[in-house]
Ligand binder design. Structure first.
Ligand SMILES: Cc1ncc(COP(=O)(O)O)c(C=O)c1O
Length: 394
């Protein structure tokens, strides 16, 4: 058929083969997926995990990544979302309804709490806060539907009493959702941990951090082992139009091969930096769950039997160092960049006023301004030298 120039711009003479063998999986970008014929159109079924109907449902590129994340985390099914927070919100909007009670660890990722507070005000969901290192503070009523766990929790990095919290939730038929970003599926298996082979119901992972590894891609995942739970999530995911770009999925897929090496390097560096931070009199407290002096150390040890930990370490400055002094310290850092997130190649720093962040009383935390170091892939001694020179500015 002879084509006019306008049509020739659209229909290329050569069609790329759909399958040749390459090291990396081929990249599919799609909103529209073309059906071979009307039989294929009418015989499709959206609850089939590998149904290719429309870009929002997924493509071979996103399914490849999803299956891979599920495998790494020890789960079976995975849904991908455009950010870690959007994956969290998917779980909240899927499982919570008017009149339900949801339990949240006090050290949960802040925007998760914000989202739940918003649901509380708008939809009458009761948000209850518990202390992750005190299982007795988790006192669910008959209305309790879901408990959020995070191991280790955000900013103050307490490792929860995961074993007893999960056992208690299960005994009361409460769904357990874990923010598994810190462990990344590497420090422990959220679907088979402890000598008792416990499992959470849902694992949420901000793939933005270690799986991406570049500090340049936002993505999240929701992994389950249970088909019924997955289908419920799958339906919410579909009707909310949650989808990710094929290009981003391919980038994250490519980074997975090096994730364990990066994770181990960052976690070793964090431990090295931790040892040095502990010798500095300027800090009232250094926070890291693998530190034997840490209040939650035993919980970390019981769960993370591989003895792995991520690349995060926090310090609380002695109370005489006010916000101006801490800002000066952060502004003098050279290798550590001031920014949110973690898991990328560049080390990051962030400062927090804990009083504004916690709902419960945490007697194990000293008073003072907290600084969180997110260790990147630089040499750990260079990072120590950077902190050392910035401290001299005080
Ligand atoms: C523990 C934790 N969970 C979830 C998220 C959200 O991930 P994202 O930045 O992809 O929305 C973050 C981000 O910092 C996080 O630290």
């Amino acid at each position: 058929m002879k084509l006019t120039p306008q049509t020739a711009l659209i229909h290329a003479p050569r069609k790329a083969p759909q399958f040749i063998n390459t090291v990396q999986a081929p990249l599919f970008r799609a909103s529209t997926i073309i059906f071979e014929n009307t039989d294929a159109l009418f015989n499709r079924h959206w609850t089939d995990d590998y149904d290719y109907s429309y870009g929002t449902h997924g493509t071979p590129t996103t399914f490849t990544l999803g299956d891979h994340i599920a495998q790494i985390e020890g789960g079976k099914y995975c849904l991908l979302a455009p950010s870690g927070l959007s994956a969290i919100n998917l779980v909240n909007s899927c499982f919570l309804s008017h009149g339900d009670e949801v339990w949240v660890a006090d050290n949960i990722y802040g925007p998760n709490m914000e989202h739940l507070r918003n649901l509380e005000t708008r939809y009458g969901i009761d948000v209850k806060v518990y202390n992750p290192i005190d299982t007795d503070s988790f006192q669910p009523s008959e209305k309790a539907k879901l408990i959020w766990l995070e191991a280790a929790g955000s900013v103050t990095l307490e490792f929860p009493d995961l074993i007893n919290l999960v056992k208690k939730a299960k005994s009361k038929n409460i769904l357990t959702a874990l923010d598994n970003t810190w462990g990344a599926g590497l420090a422990f298996n959220a679907f088979d941990f402890s000598d008792e082979h416990l499992s959470v119901d849902v694992s949420v992972h901000a793939l933005t951090k270690y799986p991406s590894g570049g500090g340049d891609i936002l993505m999240g995942s929701v992994v389950t082992r249970d088909k019924a739970l997955h289908h419920k999530l799958f339906r919410t995911h579909a009707i909310q139009g949650i989808s990710i770009s094929g290009d981003d999925a391919a980038q994250v897929q490519r980074s997975l091969a090096s994730m364990q090496i990066r994770y181990q390097h960052q976690s070793n560096s964090a431990l090295h930096v931790l040892q040095w931070l502990k010798t500095q009199a300027i800090f009232a407290q250094v926070l890291h769950p693998a530190d034997p002096d840490n209040v939650s150390h035993q919980y970390w040890k019981d769960t993370c039997q591989t003895e792995q930990s991520a690349g995060l370490v926090s310090v609380i400055f002695k109370p005489e160092y006010d916000m101006n002094a801490i800002r000066k310290f952060c502004d003098h850092l050279k290798l550590f960049k001031l920014g949110f997130s973690w898991g990328g190649p560049v080390s990051l720093v962030m400062l927090y006023k804990l009083d504004d962040m916690r709902h419960l009383d945490h007697s194990h935390l000293q008073k003072g301004i907290l600084v969180r170091f997110c260790i990147g892939l630089e040499d750990a001694d260079d990072l120590i030298a950077d902190i050392q020179q910035a401290l001299k500015a005080l």
